[in-house]
Ligand binder design. Structure first.
Ligand code: AGP
Length: 615
């Protein structure tokens, strides 16, 4: 979940690398570092705890050192091995400080390698897994060519890695090595960029080489050569890529999260319009034939975090609209479970970034067993789009805040439409019904935004300051509102650091009811299914009967439930399947305001990163 950026070419590298790193800070922001080889072939390295701003300040302080060169590399870190500190920040260097390495991924056998290297006399200064790579290169480069040294190092390390390496001995070359973790080259006539994500250099070039898995590139000032892990030269294609990077900034908003919450209506509308207007492209991209759809028996969804919740909500779309058996899986669990291949099961991997390691590995597992797959993602240039059999793109625009908001509602919208397309091909819904589905999504997007506006002042002035005092919450939902409760709870934990336990409301009397007291507010998310609503009302009564404090998100006609609430948020009736869309905007806003009262770093919560590219 770190990011790496490198450069070799005609210009000085520092500015280019720092700019690239700033764009990839979403991948980790607890420390950062930069190294270059100067014209005198000396390796210089600067590291700082914190983000790119702290690194820039550190470089400035040492500026008379002339820290710049034609070849360099940089890193932003999200700690896996060793705490967030300057020592553990990348780049890592060898004993002689002649080799520098940055890494995204995990070296699984680092403890064994470290011990071995220590016995050989190497001195380690960090707690990271990455440092072993610098020492391994130190040894291998004594006797081997650069190419041979790379092959020797990769044959001894296990795990996932995107590595950039440079050394004083081969001061004309930057080495980029990839296994599992993404890495791509940005190509220009007299310079080459390399980064974890094209966003790092997309303003400079759209000509990109995605390094194949288990390959490495030797990048010189005038070009690059790619090899596989057998040492054979390979020629991955140069592709023109699209990237949604925008330098727009936060505008008048205090946080990206707030801006992105307000962009939800637009994200939903853009997603619907894009998928409607590009119908033929969309079908090609999905890569699903009518025959396949007729034969479909099941659809599975796989994702992590918010994307998993989107899949859980989409279960109801697929069951009720497309009459398909459906199941959602957490990618991190799915990977280690037995699964049964079936050509009649379509699996949809849901991921905003398209890079989440667990989801990507689950996809690869399915591809290896020839299961049909599609990826639903927000990033057209992502690994999942390239690797899955087909894909579906949401149009949420770049999401910068760690907490996912507009990407989530765009995912739900795309999945709602997917269910209708499948149902249409199966002859279950008419063309008119499909048009109505789009209309209903537009209405839901409108209600989402209006609800924030309606309660904005009340939340800011009263509710958020009041509820920010509570240490624990219980969130309840049933049917389609249960995944909505899970998503709401994730937001409260993620940005306000408040503990929430979430249950399907029917589970209350099987244990959690013992927790109900006046100190633990219970939040109930209602739903529009009449039978389920009655059951939820019963659950709310159980809470009130035990002096629980009740916050209710419910619909206008649900007066009995609303009457029980200590705090009520009311929504107009919409398509029952879209209830989560209309409620989620307001709960995001509520949670955001609580986090603001608590003075949390909302866009970059502690311990987290936007894109989780390690297991
Ligand atoms: C959501 O607020 C989180 N930041 C997180 O759960 C996220 O949804 C998860 O890591 C999956 O990311 P993806 O959609 O990019 O795969």
């Amino acid at each position: 979940m770190c990011s790496v950026v490198g450069y070799n070419g005609s210009g000085p590298c520092r500015q280019q690398i720092l700019e690239g790193l700033a764009r990839l800070e979403y991948r980790g922001y607890d420390s950062a570092g930069f190294a270059c080889i100067t014209t005198a072939s000396k390796l210089h390295c600067v590291k700082a705890q914190g983000g790119i701003d702290q690194l820039r300040a550190k470089i400035k302080m040492a500026q008379d050192d002339g820290i710049d060169g034609a070849i360099g590399l940089g890193h932003t870190r999200w700690s896996t091995h060793g705490s967030s500190s300057e020592n553990n920040a990348h780049p890592h260097v060898d004993c002689r400080r002649t080799v520098a390495v940055v890494h995204n991924g995990i070296i699984e056998n680092f403890a064994f390698l470290k011990e071995k290297l220590q016995l050989l006399g190497h001195t380690f200064v960090s707690q990271t897994d990455t440092e072993v790579i610098a020492h391994l290169f130190e040894d291998e480069l004594q006797t081997k060519s650069l190419e041979r040294a790379v092959l020797a190092v990769v044959s001894g390390i296990q795990g996932a890695y995107a590595l950039l390496v440079m050394s004083e001995k081969h001061s004309d070359y930057l080495v980029a090595i990839r296994k599992s973790s993404p890495l791509c080259l940005g190509i220009l006539p007299d310079q080459t960029f390399v980064a974890s994500d094209v966003a790092a250099f997309i303003d400079k070039t759209d000509e990109v080489v995605f390094l194949p898995d288990e390959s490495f590139a030797l990048i010189s000032k005038t070009g690059y050569a790619v090899y596989n892990f057998f040492g054979e030269r390979i020629y991955p294609p140069v592709e023109k890529t699209v990237c949604t990077w925008s330098a727009e900034g936060k505008g008048a908003y205090e946080h990206y999260m707030l801006k992105e919450m307000y962009e939800q209506k637009r994200a939903i509308i853009d997603t619907i319009n894009f998928l409607r207007l590009h119908k033929s492209t969309r079908m090609q991209q999905l890569n699903l034939s009518a025959d396949m759809i007729h034969d479909l028996e099941r659809i599975h969804f796989i994702g992590c975090g918010t994307s998993w919740h989107a899949g859980m909500i989409a279960e109801y779309f697929m069951q009720e609209v497309a009459h398909l058996q459906t199941q959602s899986f957490l990618a991190s669990e799915f990977r280690y479970k037995k699964f049964f291949s079936c050509s009649r099961t379509l699996t949809c991997i849901i991921s905003q970034s398209g890079e989440t390691a667990d989801s990507l590995e689950a996809l690869r597992l399915l591809l290896a067993s020839k299961q049909p797959t599609i990826a639903l993602t927000n990033v057209a240039s992502s690994s999942m789009v390239r690797e899955a059999d087909g894909f579906l793109l949401t149009q949420a625009g770049q999401e910068i805040a760690v907490a996912s908001t507009k990407a989530f509602t765009a995912q739900i919208s795309a999945l709602f439409l997917l269910a209708h397309w499948i149902a249409h091909i199966k002859g279950l819904v008419t063309t008119q019904a499909m048009a109505r589905a789009e209309e209903e999504l537009f209405v839901a997007a409108e209600v989402l935004e209006n609800s924030i506006e309606r309660y904005k002042f009340d939340i800011i002035s009263k509710r958020a300051p009041f509820y920010a005092r509570y240490k624990n919450f219980i969130f309840l939902g049933r049917h389609i509102s249960f995944p909505c409760a899970l998503e709401a709870a994730l937001k409260l934990k993620e940005i306000a650091y408040i503990f929430v336990d979430t249950y399907p409301a029917g589970e209350l009397k099987h244990g959690p009811l013992a927790l109900i007291d006046a100190q633990t507010p219970v939040v109930i998310f209602s739903c529009l299914d009449e039978v389920v609503y009655k059951k939820l009302y019963g659950n709310a009564q159980e809470v009130k009967a035990r002096s629980g404090h009740l916050i209710v998100f419910a619909f206008e006609h649900q007066q009995e439930l609303l009457a029980l609430a200590d705090t009520a948020f009311v929504f107009p009736k919409v398509n029952p399947l879209l209830a989560p869309v209309v409620m989620i905007g307001l709960i995001q806003f509520f949670v955001y305001q609580i986090a603001l009262v608590l003075d949390r770093p909302i866009d970059r919560p502690r311990n987290l990163a936007k894109s989780v590219t390690v297991e």
